[in-house]
Design a protein around this ligand. Structure first.
Ligand SMILES: [Zn+2]
Length: 327
Protein backbone atom coordinates (compact mmCIF):
# COMPACT_ATOMS: atom_id res chain seq x y z
CA UNK A 1 0.00 0.00 0.00
CA UNK A 2 1.14 3.56 -0.73
CA UNK A 3 1.86 5.01 2.74
CA UNK A 4 1.23 8.59 1.67
CA UNK A 5 -2.46 7.75 1.31
CA UNK A 6 -4.90 8.05 4.22
CA UNK A 7 -7.18 5.18 5.09
CA UNK A 8 -10.91 5.16 4.37
CA UNK A 9 -13.73 2.63 4.07
CA UNK A 10 -16.89 2.65 1.98
CA UNK A 11 -20.40 1.92 3.24
CA UNK A 12 -23.08 0.99 0.70
CA UNK A 13 -26.79 0.66 1.35
CA UNK A 14 -28.62 -1.17 -1.44
CA UNK A 15 -32.30 -0.31 -1.64
CA UNK A 16 -35.00 -1.53 -4.00
CA UNK A 17 -35.05 1.85 -5.74
CA UNK A 18 -31.80 3.67 -4.89
CA UNK A 19 -28.36 2.67 -3.71
CA UNK A 20 -26.64 5.09 -1.36
CA UNK A 21 -23.01 5.15 -0.37
CA UNK A 22 -20.63 7.02 1.89
CA UNK A 23 -16.85 7.22 2.12
CA UNK A 24 -15.80 7.41 5.76
CA UNK A 25 -12.46 8.02 7.48
CA UNK A 26 -11.01 6.53 10.67
CA UNK A 27 -12.80 8.99 12.94
CA UNK A 28 -16.23 8.26 11.42
CA UNK A 29 -16.43 11.47 9.38
CA UNK A 30 -18.32 11.08 6.13
CA UNK A 31 -15.96 12.44 3.44
CA UNK A 32 -18.35 12.03 0.54
CA UNK A 33 -21.79 10.58 -0.10
CA UNK A 34 -23.88 9.86 -3.14
CA UNK A 35 -26.77 7.90 -4.52
CA UNK A 36 -27.60 6.20 -7.77
CA UNK A 37 -30.60 4.27 -9.07
CA UNK A 38 -30.39 0.54 -8.29
CA UNK A 39 -32.21 -0.44 -11.51
CA UNK A 40 -32.88 -3.87 -10.02
CA UNK A 41 -34.60 -5.02 -13.24
CA UNK A 42 -31.23 -4.87 -15.10
CA UNK A 43 -28.55 -7.58 -14.72
CA UNK A 44 -26.45 -7.56 -11.52
CA UNK A 45 -23.24 -7.02 -13.54
CA UNK A 46 -24.63 -3.70 -14.78
CA UNK A 47 -25.29 -2.62 -11.20
CA UNK A 48 -21.94 -3.74 -9.78
CA UNK A 49 -19.85 -2.04 -12.46
CA UNK A 50 -21.82 1.22 -12.24
CA UNK A 51 -21.57 1.40 -8.45
CA UNK A 52 -17.88 0.52 -8.33
CA UNK A 53 -16.75 2.96 -10.99
CA UNK A 54 -18.79 5.78 -9.42
CA UNK A 55 -17.34 5.20 -5.94
CA UNK A 56 -13.75 4.75 -7.12
CA UNK A 57 -14.12 8.00 -9.04
CA UNK A 58 -15.38 9.70 -5.83
CA UNK A 59 -12.43 8.34 -3.79
CA UNK A 60 -10.04 9.70 -6.41
CA UNK A 61 -11.71 13.10 -6.20
CA UNK A 62 -11.28 13.44 -2.39
CA UNK A 63 -9.20 16.46 -1.32
CA UNK A 64 -6.30 14.31 -0.14
CA UNK A 65 -5.39 10.86 -1.52
CA UNK A 66 -7.14 7.97 0.26
CA UNK A 67 -6.81 4.21 0.11
CA UNK A 68 -9.99 2.13 0.50
CA UNK A 69 -9.30 -0.51 3.18
CA UNK A 70 -12.62 -2.37 3.03
CA UNK A 71 -16.20 -2.06 1.86
CA UNK A 72 -19.25 -2.79 4.03
CA UNK A 73 -22.67 -3.30 2.47
CA UNK A 74 -26.21 -3.37 3.77
CA UNK A 75 -27.99 -5.72 1.37
CA UNK A 76 -31.66 -6.78 1.23
CA UNK A 77 -31.65 -10.51 2.05
CA UNK A 78 -27.87 -10.34 2.38
CA UNK A 79 -26.19 -13.02 4.47
CA UNK A 80 -23.14 -12.00 6.51
CA UNK A 81 -22.09 -15.63 6.89
CA UNK A 82 -21.65 -16.54 3.23
CA UNK A 83 -21.57 -13.17 1.40
CA UNK A 84 -24.64 -14.06 -0.69
CA UNK A 85 -27.69 -12.02 -1.58
CA UNK A 86 -30.55 -14.54 -1.52
CA UNK A 87 -33.17 -13.91 -4.20
CA UNK A 88 -34.66 -10.73 -2.72
CA UNK A 89 -38.20 -9.72 -3.68
CA UNK A 90 -38.27 -6.64 -5.97
CA UNK A 91 -34.93 -7.62 -7.60
CA UNK A 92 -34.31 -9.64 -10.79
CA UNK A 93 -30.91 -10.93 -9.60
CA UNK A 94 -31.79 -14.27 -7.92
CA UNK A 95 -28.84 -15.59 -5.82
CA UNK A 96 -25.75 -13.40 -6.19
CA UNK A 97 -22.29 -13.87 -4.57
CA UNK A 98 -22.38 -10.14 -3.94
CA UNK A 99 -19.42 -9.85 -1.54
CA UNK A 100 -16.92 -11.72 -3.72
CA UNK A 101 -18.13 -9.95 -6.90
CA UNK A 102 -17.60 -6.51 -5.37
CA UNK A 103 -14.33 -7.62 -3.75
CA UNK A 104 -12.91 -8.37 -7.22
CA UNK A 105 -14.00 -4.97 -8.49
CA UNK A 106 -12.85 -2.90 -5.49
CA UNK A 107 -9.72 -5.05 -4.96
CA UNK A 108 -10.24 -5.06 -1.18
CA UNK A 109 -12.28 -7.12 1.32
CA UNK A 110 -16.05 -6.65 1.09
CA UNK A 111 -18.36 -7.60 3.97
CA UNK A 112 -22.13 -7.69 3.73
CA UNK A 113 -25.02 -7.93 6.12
CA UNK A 114 -28.71 -7.46 5.64
CA UNK A 115 -29.84 -3.84 5.41
CA UNK A 116 -31.72 -3.89 8.72
CA UNK A 117 -28.70 -5.28 10.59
CA UNK A 118 -26.59 -2.52 9.05
CA UNK A 119 -29.10 0.09 10.27
CA UNK A 120 -29.00 -1.50 13.75
CA UNK A 121 -25.20 -1.28 13.80
CA UNK A 122 -25.37 2.39 12.76
CA UNK A 123 -27.95 3.03 15.49
CA UNK A 124 -25.76 1.31 18.09
CA UNK A 125 -22.65 3.28 17.22
CA UNK A 126 -24.03 6.67 16.19
CA UNK A 127 -27.77 6.87 16.96
CA UNK A 128 -30.50 6.41 19.58
CA UNK A 129 -29.17 3.01 20.67
CA UNK A 130 -25.79 4.19 21.92
CA UNK A 131 -25.27 2.46 25.25
CA UNK A 132 -28.11 -0.06 24.75
CA UNK A 133 -27.21 -3.74 24.84
CA UNK A 134 -30.69 -5.02 23.95
CA UNK A 135 -32.73 -3.34 21.25
CA UNK A 136 -34.48 -4.08 17.98
CA UNK A 137 -34.16 -1.80 14.98
CA UNK A 138 -37.25 -1.79 12.78
CA UNK A 139 -36.67 -0.42 9.29
CA UNK A 140 -39.75 0.75 7.45
CA UNK A 141 -39.82 1.17 3.70
CA UNK A 142 -40.94 -0.98 0.80
CA UNK A 143 -40.94 -3.80 3.36
CA UNK A 144 -40.40 -4.16 7.10
CA UNK A 145 -36.92 -5.21 8.22
CA UNK A 146 -35.51 -5.77 11.66
CA UNK A 147 -32.08 -6.02 13.22
CA UNK A 148 -31.86 -7.77 16.60
CA UNK A 149 -29.26 -6.53 19.05
CA UNK A 150 -28.78 -8.83 22.03
CA UNK A 151 -26.01 -8.54 24.63
CA UNK A 152 -24.40 -5.82 22.51
CA UNK A 153 -24.17 -7.78 19.25
CA UNK A 154 -26.32 -8.43 16.19
CA UNK A 155 -28.01 -11.81 16.27
CA UNK A 156 -27.53 -13.74 13.01
CA UNK A 157 -28.91 -17.14 13.99
CA UNK A 158 -27.97 -20.55 12.64
CA UNK A 159 -28.89 -19.65 9.04
CA UNK A 160 -27.65 -16.05 9.15
CA UNK A 161 -31.21 -14.83 8.52
CA UNK A 162 -32.36 -14.22 12.11
CA UNK A 163 -34.62 -11.23 12.63
CA UNK A 164 -37.10 -11.45 9.77
CA UNK A 165 -39.82 -9.78 11.80
CA UNK A 166 -41.57 -8.64 8.62
CA UNK A 167 -42.72 -12.23 8.23
CA UNK A 168 -44.08 -12.85 11.72
CA UNK A 169 -47.70 -13.83 11.10
CA UNK A 170 -50.08 -11.37 12.72
CA UNK A 171 -53.27 -12.48 10.94
CA UNK A 172 -53.62 -16.18 10.05
CA UNK A 173 -55.21 -16.46 6.61
CA UNK A 174 -54.76 -12.70 6.13
CA UNK A 175 -53.18 -10.72 3.30
CA UNK A 176 -51.08 -12.78 0.88
CA UNK A 177 -47.38 -11.96 1.21
CA UNK A 178 -44.79 -12.13 -1.60
CA UNK A 179 -42.81 -14.61 0.55
CA UNK A 180 -45.55 -17.21 0.04
CA UNK A 181 -47.05 -16.99 3.54
CA UNK A 182 -50.14 -15.00 4.37
CA UNK A 183 -50.87 -12.50 7.13
CA UNK A 184 -47.21 -11.41 7.49
CA UNK A 185 -46.57 -8.24 9.51
CA UNK A 186 -44.97 -6.63 6.45
CA UNK A 187 -48.30 -6.81 4.59
CA UNK A 188 -49.76 -4.39 7.17
CA UNK A 189 -46.77 -2.29 8.26
CA UNK A 190 -44.79 -1.18 5.20
CA UNK A 191 -45.41 1.44 2.54
CA UNK A 192 -47.46 -1.03 0.51
CA UNK A 193 -49.30 -2.44 3.51
CA UNK A 194 -50.25 0.92 4.98
CA UNK A 195 -51.43 2.27 1.63
CA UNK A 196 -53.62 -0.81 1.21
CA UNK A 197 -55.11 -0.21 4.66
CA UNK A 198 -55.68 3.43 3.77
CA UNK A 199 -57.58 2.43 0.65
CA UNK A 200 -59.84 0.20 2.76
CA UNK A 201 -60.38 3.02 5.27
CA UNK A 202 -61.23 5.49 2.52
CA UNK A 203 -64.11 3.31 1.35
CA UNK A 204 -65.49 3.34 4.90
CA UNK A 205 -65.16 7.12 5.32
CA UNK A 206 -66.52 8.89 2.22
CA UNK A 207 -66.11 12.29 3.91
CA UNK A 208 -62.36 11.95 4.45
CA UNK A 209 -60.21 14.92 3.42
CA UNK A 210 -57.92 12.46 1.67
CA UNK A 211 -60.51 11.82 -1.07
CA UNK A 212 -59.49 15.18 -2.57
CA UNK A 213 -55.96 13.85 -3.32
CA UNK A 214 -55.34 11.34 -6.15
CA UNK A 215 -54.34 7.92 -4.74
CA UNK A 216 -50.92 7.96 -6.45
CA UNK A 217 -50.05 11.25 -4.72
CA UNK A 218 -50.96 9.99 -1.25
CA UNK A 219 -48.16 9.12 1.17
CA UNK A 220 -47.11 9.41 4.78
CA UNK A 221 -47.02 13.21 4.78
CA UNK A 222 -50.59 13.55 3.52
CA UNK A 223 -51.87 10.95 5.99
CA UNK A 224 -50.04 12.73 8.85
CA UNK A 225 -51.57 16.09 7.90
CA UNK A 226 -55.07 14.61 7.71
CA UNK A 227 -54.52 12.79 11.02
CA UNK A 228 -53.63 16.12 12.66
CA UNK A 229 -56.97 17.48 11.43
CA UNK A 230 -58.83 14.56 13.05
CA UNK A 231 -59.60 12.92 9.73
CA UNK A 232 -61.45 9.65 10.40
CA UNK A 233 -59.82 7.66 7.57
CA UNK A 234 -56.29 8.73 8.57
CA UNK A 235 -56.97 7.93 12.23
CA UNK A 236 -58.53 4.55 11.39
CA UNK A 237 -55.58 3.73 9.10
CA UNK A 238 -52.94 4.39 11.77
CA UNK A 239 -55.01 2.69 14.48
CA UNK A 240 -55.26 -0.49 12.44
CA UNK A 241 -51.57 -0.33 11.45
CA UNK A 242 -50.58 0.23 15.11
CA UNK A 243 -52.76 -2.67 16.21
CA UNK A 244 -51.02 -5.06 13.80
CA UNK A 245 -47.54 -3.68 14.53
CA UNK A 246 -48.13 -4.01 18.27
CA UNK A 247 -48.99 -7.70 17.83
CA UNK A 248 -45.74 -8.31 15.96
CA UNK A 249 -43.66 -6.39 18.49
CA UNK A 250 -45.26 -8.27 21.40
CA UNK A 251 -44.10 -11.57 19.87
CA UNK A 252 -40.53 -10.27 19.74
CA UNK A 253 -40.70 -8.89 23.31
CA UNK A 254 -41.80 -12.28 24.63
CA UNK A 255 -38.74 -13.89 23.03
CA UNK A 256 -36.00 -11.26 23.47
CA UNK A 257 -37.20 -8.68 26.03
CA UNK A 258 -35.53 -5.68 24.34
CA UNK A 259 -35.17 -2.34 26.11
CA UNK A 260 -36.40 -0.50 23.04
CA UNK A 261 -37.67 -0.77 19.48
CA UNK A 262 -36.15 1.93 17.31
CA UNK A 263 -37.99 2.82 14.12
CA UNK A 264 -36.02 4.01 11.13
CA UNK A 265 -37.17 5.28 7.72
CA UNK A 266 -40.46 5.49 5.83
CA UNK A 267 -43.58 5.68 7.96
CA UNK A 268 -41.57 6.12 11.18
CA UNK A 269 -41.92 9.85 10.42
CA UNK A 270 -45.52 9.51 11.60
CA UNK A 271 -44.07 9.33 15.14
CA UNK A 272 -46.62 9.25 17.97
CA UNK A 273 -49.50 9.25 15.49
CA UNK A 274 -48.57 5.65 14.79
CA UNK A 275 -46.68 4.72 17.95
CA UNK A 276 -49.50 5.51 20.40
CA UNK A 277 -51.77 2.75 19.07
CA UNK A 278 -48.74 0.49 18.54
CA UNK A 279 -47.71 0.82 22.20
CA UNK A 280 -51.23 0.11 23.40
CA UNK A 281 -51.54 -2.98 21.22
CA UNK A 282 -48.05 -4.26 22.13
CA UNK A 283 -48.75 -4.02 25.87
CA UNK A 284 -52.22 -5.52 25.40
CA UNK A 285 -50.67 -8.60 23.75
CA UNK A 286 -48.02 -9.15 26.45
CA UNK A 287 -48.21 -11.01 29.72
CA UNK A 288 -47.82 -8.87 32.85
CA UNK A 289 -44.12 -9.45 33.38
CA UNK A 290 -43.37 -7.74 30.04
CA UNK A 291 -45.99 -4.94 30.02
CA UNK A 292 -44.48 -1.42 29.86
CA UNK A 293 -40.92 -2.82 29.84
CA UNK A 294 -40.07 -1.90 26.25
CA UNK A 295 -40.03 1.66 24.89
CA UNK A 296 -40.71 2.72 21.32
CA UNK A 297 -38.42 5.34 19.80
CA UNK A 298 -37.86 7.01 16.46
CA UNK A 299 -34.30 6.89 15.12
CA UNK A 300 -32.38 10.17 15.14
CA UNK A 301 -30.19 9.11 12.22
CA UNK A 302 -30.81 10.97 9.01
CA UNK A 303 -32.68 8.76 6.60
CA UNK A 304 -30.15 7.18 4.28
CA UNK A 305 -27.12 7.50 6.56
CA UNK A 306 -27.98 4.88 9.19
CA UNK A 307 -27.28 1.80 7.13
CA UNK A 308 -24.25 3.43 5.47
CA UNK A 309 -22.67 4.19 8.85
CA UNK A 310 -23.48 0.72 10.14
CA UNK A 311 -21.91 -0.81 7.03
CA UNK A 312 -18.74 1.26 7.51
CA UNK A 313 -18.52 0.14 11.16
CA UNK A 314 -18.50 -3.43 9.88
CA UNK A 315 -15.96 -2.52 7.17
CA UNK A 316 -13.52 -1.11 9.77
CA UNK A 317 -13.84 -4.30 11.80
CA UNK A 318 -12.83 -6.24 8.68
CA UNK A 319 -10.03 -3.80 7.80
CA UNK A 320 -8.69 -4.14 11.35
CA UNK A 321 -8.94 -7.96 11.28
CA UNK A 322 -11.51 -8.01 14.09
CA UNK A 323 -13.80 -10.05 11.82
CA UNK A 324 -12.59 -12.91 9.66
CA UNK A 325 -14.61 -13.52 6.53
CA UNK A 326 -15.27 -16.92 4.99
CA UNK A 327 -15.70 -15.48 1.51
ZN1 LIG B 1 -44.11 -12.83 4.32
Amino acid sequence: MDNSRKECVVGIDIGGTNTKYGIVNRSGTILSTGSLPTDAHLPFSDFSSRVTSKIIQKINLLESPHHCMAVGMGVPDGNFMNGMMHDPPNFSWTNVPIASSFSELFKCPVVITNDANAAAMGEARYGEAQGLDHFIEITLGTGLGSGLFVDGTVVLGHSGHAGEMGHIIVDYGGRQCECGLSGCLEMYVSNKGIMRTLKECLTKYPNSLLHSIPMEELGGKEIDLAFDQNDSAAIACYEYTGKMLGKGLATAVSILSPEAFIFYGGFSNAGERLLASTRESMNHHLMDVFKETTTLKISNMKEGTGAILGATALAWDVADDKIKLNY
